[in-house]
Design a protein around this ligand. Structure first.
Ligand SMILES: [Zn+2]
Length: 125
């Protein structure tokens, strides 16, 4: 069975577009509510806690989206360098089934498992 890389590539390209759109949306919706800060220093705590939580959630989501975008960009970069489908760790071909499920996978299962055991070896983006 041969994997159709051009299909995977177009999937990655639309994924990149989607991630960029989501990040844009996140930015436009993240206007701080500073203007509602009135009077008393008491009684607003719960509301502020909720806002902090919302902000944290948004930051976490933004971080996740950026990480995903980074992986997608990296995969597209591998297409450009003609190394797509090869493991970043050991250079062997990544299981086509894995690529079908996760087109931006940069590591084979073995290297991924190794990385999970030794998180300090994780390459910094
Ligand atoms: Zn590998």
């Amino acid at each position: 069975m041969t994997t159709n890389f051009s299909i995977l590539r177009s999937r990655l390209q639309s994924e990149r577009r989607r991630l960029n759109e989501e990040l844009d949306e996140l930015k436009t919706s993240s206007t701080p509510k500073e203007e509602r800060r009135d009077g008393s220093p008491f009684g607003k705590r719960e509301e502020e806690a909720t806002e902090t939580l919302e902000l944290e959630k948004r930051l976490a989501l933004e971080k996740r989206l950026k990480e995903q975008l980074f992986e997608v960009e990296h995969a597209l970069d591998k297409f450009a360098k003609d190394t797509y489908g090869k493991c970043d760790g050991c250079g062997r071909a990544i299981d086509p089934a894995r690529l079908e499920a996760l087109p931006y996978a940069a590591l084979c299962m073995a290297c991924k498992a190794k990385l999970a055991k030794e998180p300090r070896l994780k390459p910094t983006p």
